[in-house]
Design a protein. Structure first.
Length: 271
């Protein structure tokens, strides 16, 4: 089985700035080194959007430095807190699609990973958080699905469904119908992975199974009602590990709570 690492909602800030007392840069480095120590044979690392908190070049530069010695290939995705132009300015080696969006089709064995760009902009505003897939991006998605060698995993920052977290439901993908219409023209989408919600959630939406991951730094508390999108909690950070094979298995690891080594496990079922 090939291994895929997922880190989402990094929210890098200007070096020295924190979120709820958490330094996003050091927390990401802590989580990534934990993951790569455990899984050095990782096939690919996906950074699933909200790479930065404000989309500033200085934030992307901090991310670039943090990724400079990562020994596995990686893919950067956009979220609502990103600025696509500043991202591309800082990472000129990234190939955008013809319309300038950051979408990618990546085949690992006969499984195709499709990473979508759900950032609604330009303009890139700090007070606007809904996701969108324009006609160009949906057309590109259709082509990528049509040419897939086997089953497909879709990676997208914004979920295209509600989860019951009322505040977050207001800022999901706003043209979900158009997105699912494209998926429904094929029968090869095996699973959808998302970020944005800062919480471990799984389920099935419009017939498609999905998994959503926590951030390495701050999380959304499980209060379904009356939760404003700016309200978060510094619960422990996490990353995702996806096993790609005949089946698709999705794990999450709260790396700040995790043991360093199997030798540290204690016997829970004594004779
Ligand atoms: Fe986020
Ligand atoms: Fe987000």
């Amino acid at each position: 089985m090939q291994k895929l690492l997922i880190f989402t909602d990094l929210h890098f800030r200007t070096p020295g700035e924190t979120i709820l007392g958490v330094d996003p840069e050091s927390r990401f480095k802590e989580g990534l080194s934990h993951a790569l120590r455990r899984y050095p044979d990782t096939a690919h690392l996906i950074l699933m959007g909200d790479l930065t908190n404000s989309g500033k070049v200085i934030e992307y530069e901090a991310l670039k430095a943090a990724l400079s010695e990562v020994p596995v290939p990686y893919t950067l995705m956009c979220g609502n807190h990103d600025n696509r132009l500043n991202l591309l300015e800082t990472f000129p080696e990234i190939e955008a699609i013809a319309t300038g969006h950051l979408q990618r089709a990546l085949d690992i064995g006969d499984i195709r990973l499709i990473t979508l760009d759900t950032l609604d902009g330009p303009p890139f505003r700090n007070d606007y958080h809904e996701g969108h897939l324009c006609a160009d991006r949906l057309s590109w998605l259709e082509t990528a699905l049509a040419s897939a060698p086997g089953k497909v995993i879709i990676c997208m920052h914004h979920p295209a469904w509600s989860t019951g977290l009322s505040g977050m439901d207001e800022i999901k993908l706003r043209n979900a119908d158009a997105f699912f219409e494209v998926l429904d023209r094929f029968n090869n989408v095996a699973h959808i992975l998302t970020g944005h919600l800062h919480r471990t959630i799984s389920g099935k939406a419009r017939g498609y199974s999905f998994s959503t991951f926590k951030s390495p730094n701050i999380q959304t508390p499980l209060f379904l009602e009356n939760l404003h999108i700016s309200q978060s909690t510094p619960e422990p950070g996490a990353y995702g590990l996806v096993l790609l094979g005949d089946d698709i298995i999705v794990h999450t690891e709260d790396f700040q709570l995790a043991l360093d080594d199997v030798e540290h496990c204690r016997e829970a079922l004594p004779d």
